[in-house]
Write a protein that binds this ligand. Structure first.
Ligand SMILES: NC(=O)c1ccc[n+]([C@@H]2O[C@H](COP(=O)([O-])OP(=O)(O)OC[C@H]3O[C@@H](n4cnc5c(N)ncnc54)[C@H](OP(=O)(O)O)[C@@H]3O)[C@@H](O)[C@H]2O)c1
Length: 320
């Protein structure tokens, strides 16, 4: 089968299209014919390995798992003898950053992996983009114990995480201020933002307003700059470690020394999260924003684009 393989860490060019063996499912596994994957910041992060911490999982000097692709959608083609949760012919979507593997025509996964059947109201290719940004956003929103009526500011509202955060926060009944570039003001409003700040014209950290949560989905700000716009017990969360990994230290110390605090939740995903987001899709409260679509053969181009840090929502990689 055709796959995008990488045998060393580095720039997008380390990805090569090759023929590799088609996997076959063990008794508790399903074989999925992959329709689409995505090129996201999780995949590009593991490919470049610029965050040394990712090497602890993927291999210190070279990648142990050589096919990336954390998100997928596809159709179950075969099930192992002990599989009870899925059957042949079902359309599925999922997120798997434990073994990746969706940049290939076929993928085998344990039936208990974080995947579910595709809701009827979404295209099979689009379904590949449901979970990456949304599960990071949900993890942070849960950590901040967000409640209806709270005032939330989302910086980086056009990214995979930011665009997901706005839709999830809207479904929870919060009042959202989104920060994004001039040309995406309408998009942010359509996703559910009540107010939009154009970061090209205004510094959001200097506005005369206070928020229960400042969620920097693109990791471009800092706690010290955002402190003036946090309410007395306000929370600051960033998706990046910050300068000198400051956000980790602040997350350890601010809860002890200040009412305003930093949280840095470790990203997790479980079936409860998958079903939560699936329900939002079914209720038409969540739809992944799709920027561009590339074919598997164009994987280097797709990674180069995502490396720019300027994708809007999600980039689909069509496999079959
Ligand atoms: N903590 C984790 O486990 C984890 C996991 C995955 C990703 N991440 C990190 O989370 C961040 C966001 O990921 P993502 O997938 O959502 O990113 P993304 O989809 O690549 O999007 C980044 C978005 O931010 C916008 N942007 C760039 N500079 C901005 C600025 N100064 N102010 C406001 N918006 C700006 C970009 O659009 P314009 O440039 O056109 O405005 C783009 O739409 C990345 O830094 C990534 O490394 C963290």
């Amino acid at each position: 089968m055709k796959a995008a393989v990488y045998t060393q860490y580095g720039s997008p060019e380390v990805l090569k299209i090759m023929d590799i063996d088609k996997p076959s499912p063990k008794p508790n596994e399903v074989l999925i014919k992959v329709y689409a994957s995505t090129v996201n910041r999780t995949d590009t992060g593991f490919r470049s390995a610029i965050y040394v911490i990712s090497r602890l999982f993927s291999g210190l000097f070279k990648p142990k798992l050589q096919v990336l692709g954390s998100e997928f959608s596809g159709i179950i083609e075969e099930v192992g003898t002990e599989v009870t949760l899925f059957s042949v012919g079902q359309k599925v979507f999922g997120f798997n950053d434990a073994t990746f593997g969706a940049y290939a025509e076929y993928l085998v996964l344990n039936e208990k992996s974080t995947m579910a059947t595709v809701p009827n109201n979404i295209d099979l290719h689009e379904a590949a983009a449901i979970l990456e940004g949304s599960h990071y956003a949900l993890c942070d929103i849960k950590a901040a114990k967000v409640r209806a009526g709270q005032k939330i500011l989302v910086n980086g509202a056009t990214g995979a995480i930011g665009s997901s955060a706005i839709q999830i926060l809207k479904s929870m009944g919060t009042e959202i201020t989104a920060v994004c570039a001039t040309q995406y003001q309408e998009l942010a409003k359509n996703l559910g933002a009540h107010k939009v700040i154009d970061y090209m014209k205004e510094d959001f950290t200097k506005i005369n307003e206070e928020f229960d949560l400042v969620f920097d989905a693109v990791g471009k700000s800092s706690f010290s700059k955002c402190k003036p716009i946090l309410k007395k017990d306000g929370i600051y969360i960033s998706t990046e470690l910050g300068k000198n990994s400051a956000n980790i230290f602040l997350a350890l110390f601010t809860p002890w020394f200040s009412n305003k605090k930093v949280l840095f939740p470790l990203p997790t995903i479980n079936m409860e999260d998958v079903n939560y987001i699936k329900k939002l899709v079914e209720n038409n409260e969540f739809k992944p924003v799709i920027d561009r679509t590339y074919k598997l053969d164009q994987v280097v181009e797709a990674h180069t684009y995502v490396d720019s840090g300027q994708k809007i929502g999600n980039v689909i990689l069509k496999i079959n």
